[in-house]
Ligand binder design. Structure first.
Ligand code: SIN
Length: 278
Protein backbone atom coordinates (compact mmCIF):
# COMPACT_ATOMS: atom_id res chain seq x y z
CA UNK A 1 0.00 0.00 0.00
CA UNK A 2 1.56 3.36 -0.88
CA UNK A 3 0.66 6.97 -0.17
CA UNK A 4 -1.62 7.22 -3.21
CA UNK A 5 -4.10 4.59 -1.89
CA UNK A 6 -4.66 6.30 1.45
CA UNK A 7 -7.92 8.24 1.44
CA UNK A 8 -8.86 10.75 4.16
CA UNK A 9 -12.51 11.81 4.05
CA UNK A 10 -13.55 14.74 6.30
CA UNK A 11 -16.72 13.89 8.24
CA UNK A 12 -19.59 16.15 9.27
CA UNK A 13 -19.34 17.36 12.85
CA UNK A 14 -15.82 16.30 13.73
CA UNK A 15 -13.04 14.09 12.42
CA UNK A 16 -12.13 12.19 9.28
CA UNK A 17 -12.46 8.60 8.07
CA UNK A 18 -9.25 7.02 6.77
CA UNK A 19 -9.51 4.24 4.19
CA UNK A 20 -6.86 2.21 2.41
CA UNK A 21 -4.44 2.11 5.33
CA UNK A 22 -3.07 -0.86 7.25
CA UNK A 23 -1.16 1.06 9.91
CA UNK A 24 1.36 -1.79 10.29
CA UNK A 25 2.57 -1.10 6.76
CA UNK A 26 2.19 2.67 6.59
CA UNK A 27 5.04 4.50 4.88
CA UNK A 28 6.70 7.48 6.56
CA UNK A 29 4.79 9.73 4.15
CA UNK A 30 1.49 8.14 5.16
CA UNK A 31 2.31 8.55 8.86
CA UNK A 32 2.94 12.26 8.21
CA UNK A 33 -0.43 12.55 6.44
CA UNK A 34 -2.22 10.74 9.29
CA UNK A 35 -0.58 12.99 11.89
CA UNK A 36 -1.55 16.13 9.98
CA UNK A 37 -5.12 14.83 9.58
CA UNK A 38 -5.30 14.32 13.36
CA UNK A 39 -4.10 17.91 13.89
CA UNK A 40 -6.45 19.38 11.26
CA UNK A 41 -9.61 17.30 11.83
CA UNK A 42 -9.19 16.51 15.56
CA UNK A 43 -9.80 12.77 15.26
CA UNK A 44 -9.32 10.10 12.59
CA UNK A 45 -11.09 6.75 12.41
CA UNK A 46 -9.81 3.53 10.81
CA UNK A 47 -11.49 0.14 10.50
CA UNK A 48 -10.22 -3.47 10.37
CA UNK A 49 -6.85 -2.90 12.02
CA UNK A 50 -5.70 -6.37 13.11
CA UNK A 51 -3.08 -5.23 15.59
CA UNK A 52 -1.15 -7.06 18.28
CA UNK A 53 -0.20 -4.94 21.30
CA UNK A 54 3.31 -4.66 19.82
CA UNK A 55 1.82 -3.40 16.53
CA UNK A 56 -0.29 -0.78 18.32
CA UNK A 57 2.70 0.43 20.35
CA UNK A 58 4.96 0.58 17.28
CA UNK A 59 2.32 2.53 15.31
CA UNK A 60 1.61 4.96 18.18
CA UNK A 61 5.34 5.71 18.55
CA UNK A 62 5.48 6.72 14.89
CA UNK A 63 2.77 9.33 15.50
CA UNK A 64 4.27 10.78 18.73
CA UNK A 65 6.16 9.67 21.87
CA UNK A 66 4.05 7.62 24.30
CA UNK A 67 3.17 8.85 27.79
CA UNK A 68 1.78 6.39 30.36
CA UNK A 69 -1.53 7.40 31.97
CA UNK A 70 -1.18 7.50 35.78
CA UNK A 71 -4.61 6.20 36.67
CA UNK A 72 -5.93 3.56 34.29
CA UNK A 73 -5.24 -0.17 34.75
CA UNK A 74 -2.53 -1.41 32.37
CA UNK A 75 -2.55 -4.48 30.18
CA UNK A 76 -0.63 -7.28 31.87
CA UNK A 77 2.51 -7.18 29.73
CA UNK A 78 2.43 -3.71 28.20
CA UNK A 79 2.50 -0.72 30.56
CA UNK A 80 2.16 1.57 27.50
CA UNK A 81 -1.35 0.20 26.90
CA UNK A 82 -4.15 1.15 29.31
CA UNK A 83 -7.23 -1.04 29.54
CA UNK A 84 -10.42 0.96 29.11
CA UNK A 85 -12.74 -1.80 30.24
CA UNK A 86 -16.24 -2.28 31.55
CA UNK A 87 -17.32 -5.77 32.55
CA UNK A 88 -20.82 -7.23 32.30
CA UNK A 89 -21.45 -6.52 36.00
CA UNK A 90 -19.96 -3.02 36.28
CA UNK A 91 -22.25 -0.03 35.92
CA UNK A 92 -19.73 2.84 35.67
CA UNK A 93 -17.63 3.23 32.55
CA UNK A 94 -14.35 5.08 32.03
CA UNK A 95 -14.60 8.43 30.28
CA UNK A 96 -18.39 8.58 30.51
CA UNK A 97 -18.56 12.39 30.55
CA UNK A 98 -17.30 15.01 28.11
CA UNK A 99 -13.58 15.59 28.62
CA UNK A 100 -10.18 15.91 27.05
CA UNK A 101 -7.38 13.76 28.41
CA UNK A 102 -4.71 15.05 30.80
CA UNK A 103 -5.61 18.76 30.66
CA UNK A 104 -4.44 18.81 34.31
CA UNK A 105 -0.83 18.33 33.12
CA UNK A 106 1.54 21.23 32.38
CA UNK A 107 2.13 19.63 28.99
CA UNK A 108 -1.22 17.93 28.28
CA UNK A 109 -1.28 14.71 26.28
CA UNK A 110 -1.25 15.33 22.54
CA UNK A 111 -3.69 12.54 21.88
CA UNK A 112 -4.79 8.95 22.29
CA UNK A 113 -4.80 5.85 20.09
CA UNK A 114 -7.86 3.80 21.04
CA UNK A 115 -8.29 0.30 19.58
CA UNK A 116 -11.53 -1.67 20.01
CA UNK A 117 -10.83 -5.20 21.29
CA UNK A 118 -14.28 -6.34 22.48
CA UNK A 119 -17.45 -4.40 21.74
CA UNK A 120 -21.03 -4.87 23.00
CA UNK A 121 -23.67 -6.05 20.49
CA UNK A 122 -25.10 -2.51 20.43
CA UNK A 123 -24.13 0.75 22.10
CA UNK A 124 -20.77 1.79 23.53
CA UNK A 125 -20.25 4.47 20.87
CA UNK A 126 -17.93 7.40 21.49
CA UNK A 127 -18.87 11.03 20.81
CA UNK A 128 -16.26 13.53 19.64
CA UNK A 129 -16.70 17.33 19.58
CA UNK A 130 -14.66 19.78 17.49
CA UNK A 131 -13.20 22.60 19.59
CA UNK A 132 -11.89 24.48 16.52
CA UNK A 133 -15.43 24.76 15.20
CA UNK A 134 -16.79 25.58 18.67
CA UNK A 135 -14.30 28.46 18.93
CA UNK A 136 -14.96 29.72 15.40
CA UNK A 137 -18.73 29.83 15.97
CA UNK A 138 -18.51 32.05 19.06
CA UNK A 139 -19.57 35.71 18.75
CA UNK A 140 -16.59 37.99 18.04
CA UNK A 141 -16.94 39.83 21.39
CA UNK A 142 -16.89 36.52 23.30
CA UNK A 143 -13.76 35.43 21.39
CA UNK A 144 -12.02 38.68 22.37
CA UNK A 145 -12.93 38.16 26.06
CA UNK A 146 -11.86 34.51 26.06
CA UNK A 147 -8.54 35.29 24.38
CA UNK A 148 -7.50 37.19 27.52
CA UNK A 149 -8.45 34.42 29.98
CA UNK A 150 -6.69 31.42 31.51
CA UNK A 151 -8.29 28.48 33.30
CA UNK A 152 -7.33 26.12 36.12
CA UNK A 153 -7.40 22.37 35.41
CA UNK A 154 -7.17 19.67 38.11
CA UNK A 155 -7.31 15.90 38.49
CA UNK A 156 -7.88 15.35 42.25
CA UNK A 157 -11.69 15.63 42.13
CA UNK A 158 -11.77 12.79 39.56
CA UNK A 159 -8.86 10.53 40.52
CA UNK A 160 -7.72 11.64 44.03
CA UNK A 161 -8.86 10.71 47.55
CA UNK A 162 -12.67 10.67 47.89
CA UNK A 163 -12.99 11.60 44.25
CA UNK A 164 -15.94 11.12 41.92
CA UNK A 165 -14.94 7.53 41.05
CA UNK A 166 -14.79 6.62 44.80
CA UNK A 167 -18.58 6.95 44.91
CA UNK A 168 -19.07 4.47 42.05
CA UNK A 169 -18.38 0.79 41.48
CA UNK A 170 -14.96 1.79 40.04
CA UNK A 171 -13.17 2.83 43.26
CA UNK A 172 -9.87 1.51 41.85
CA UNK A 173 -9.75 4.67 39.69
CA UNK A 174 -9.77 6.93 42.77
CA UNK A 175 -7.49 7.36 45.78
CA UNK A 176 -4.42 8.46 43.82
CA UNK A 177 -1.89 10.75 45.49
CA UNK A 178 -0.29 12.04 42.29
CA UNK A 179 -2.93 14.60 41.27
CA UNK A 180 -1.43 17.38 39.14
CA UNK A 181 -2.97 20.76 38.39
CA UNK A 182 -2.23 23.20 35.59
CA UNK A 183 -3.23 26.55 34.14
CA UNK A 184 -3.76 26.92 30.38
CA UNK A 185 -5.16 29.65 28.12
CA UNK A 186 -8.91 29.31 27.55
CA UNK A 187 -8.21 29.68 23.82
CA UNK A 188 -5.08 27.94 22.58
CA UNK A 189 -3.31 28.04 19.26
CA UNK A 190 -2.86 24.44 18.22
CA UNK A 191 0.86 23.71 17.84
CA UNK A 192 0.35 21.43 14.82
CA UNK A 193 -2.33 23.27 12.81
CA UNK A 194 -1.88 26.91 13.86
CA UNK A 195 -5.68 27.14 14.38
CA UNK A 196 -7.37 28.47 17.51
CA UNK A 197 -9.37 26.07 19.71
CA UNK A 198 -11.49 26.31 22.84
CA UNK A 199 -9.49 24.63 25.60
CA UNK A 200 -11.68 24.11 28.66
CA UNK A 201 -13.57 20.90 29.42
CA UNK A 202 -16.31 19.80 31.84
CA UNK A 203 -14.29 17.07 33.59
CA UNK A 204 -11.04 18.78 34.52
CA UNK A 205 -11.46 22.58 34.24
CA UNK A 206 -12.13 23.93 37.73
CA UNK A 207 -12.33 27.69 37.17
CA UNK A 208 -11.19 30.82 35.39
CA UNK A 209 -8.02 32.38 36.82
CA UNK A 210 -8.92 35.43 38.93
CA UNK A 211 -12.69 34.79 38.81
CA UNK A 212 -14.93 33.54 41.66
CA UNK A 213 -16.38 30.04 41.48
CA UNK A 214 -19.83 31.43 40.64
CA UNK A 215 -18.50 33.68 37.86
CA UNK A 216 -16.42 30.80 36.48
CA UNK A 217 -19.31 28.35 36.49
CA UNK A 218 -21.59 30.83 34.73
CA UNK A 219 -19.12 31.27 31.86
CA UNK A 220 -17.98 27.65 31.70
CA UNK A 221 -21.50 26.21 31.64
CA UNK A 222 -22.38 28.51 28.73
CA UNK A 223 -19.26 27.41 26.84
CA UNK A 224 -19.95 23.73 27.58
CA UNK A 225 -23.51 23.96 26.24
CA UNK A 226 -22.20 25.71 23.11
CA UNK A 227 -19.36 23.22 22.50
CA UNK A 228 -21.61 20.16 22.21
CA UNK A 229 -24.10 21.60 19.76
CA UNK A 230 -24.95 18.86 17.25
CA UNK A 231 -23.09 20.60 14.39
CA UNK A 232 -19.76 20.13 16.25
CA UNK A 233 -20.28 16.48 17.27
CA UNK A 234 -19.51 13.16 15.57
CA UNK A 235 -20.67 9.80 16.92
CA UNK A 236 -18.41 6.81 16.23
CA UNK A 237 -19.69 3.25 16.36
CA UNK A 238 -17.03 0.66 17.18
CA UNK A 239 -16.46 -2.92 16.13
CA UNK A 240 -13.41 -5.03 17.00
CA UNK A 241 -10.47 -3.65 14.98
CA UNK A 242 -11.86 -0.08 14.82
CA UNK A 243 -9.34 2.52 15.85
CA UNK A 244 -9.68 6.22 16.68
CA UNK A 245 -6.75 8.57 17.11
CA UNK A 246 -7.74 11.90 18.58
CA UNK A 247 -6.05 15.15 19.41
CA UNK A 248 -6.83 16.33 22.91
CA UNK A 249 -5.97 19.96 22.13
CA UNK A 250 -8.84 20.45 19.68
CA UNK A 251 -11.50 17.86 20.60
CA UNK A 252 -13.52 16.56 23.52
CA UNK A 253 -14.78 12.99 23.74
CA UNK A 254 -17.41 11.13 25.74
CA UNK A 255 -17.85 7.34 25.98
CA UNK A 256 -21.52 6.30 25.93
CA UNK A 257 -22.58 3.98 28.75
CA UNK A 258 -25.62 2.32 27.20
CA UNK A 259 -24.71 -1.37 27.02
CA UNK A 260 -25.34 -2.62 30.55
CA UNK A 261 -24.76 -6.37 30.95
CA UNK A 262 -22.18 -6.55 28.14
CA UNK A 263 -18.40 -6.29 28.18
CA UNK A 264 -16.48 -3.58 26.31
CA UNK A 265 -12.67 -3.61 26.17
CA UNK A 266 -10.53 -0.99 24.47
CA UNK A 267 -6.74 -0.66 24.41
CA UNK A 268 -5.62 2.94 24.81
CA UNK A 269 -2.20 4.42 24.25
CA UNK A 270 -1.69 8.06 25.25
CA UNK A 271 0.57 10.32 23.19
CA UNK A 272 2.77 12.94 24.81
CA UNK A 273 2.24 16.65 24.24
CA UNK A 274 3.81 20.06 24.78
CA UNK A 275 2.90 23.10 26.92
CA UNK A 276 0.07 25.07 25.31
CA UNK A 277 0.05 28.74 24.37
CA UNK A 278 -2.60 31.26 23.36
C1 SIN B 1 -11.53 7.54 27.08
O1 SIN B 1 -12.03 8.53 27.58
O2 SIN B 1 -10.34 7.45 26.82
C2 SIN B 1 -12.43 6.37 26.72
C3 SIN B 1 -13.11 6.52 25.43
C4 SIN B 1 -13.92 5.30 25.11
O3 SIN B 1 -13.84 4.29 25.80
O4 SIN B 1 -14.64 5.33 24.10
Amino acid sequence: MDATTLDIEPLDGCGAMVRGCDVRRATDGEIDRLRQAIFDRGVIFLEDQQLTPEDQIAFARRIAPIVVNRYFPKTERYPEIAKVEKSEAQTTNIGGGWHTDHSYDQAPAMGSVLLAVETPPTGGDTLFADMYAAYEALPEATKQTLLRLKAHHASAHVFGENSAYARTDRPELSGHKDTPEAVHPVIITHPGSGKRALYVNPAFTTGIVGWSREESLALLSELYAHAIKPQFVRRFQWRPGSMAIWDNRCTWHCAMNDYQGHRRLMHRITLDGVPLAA
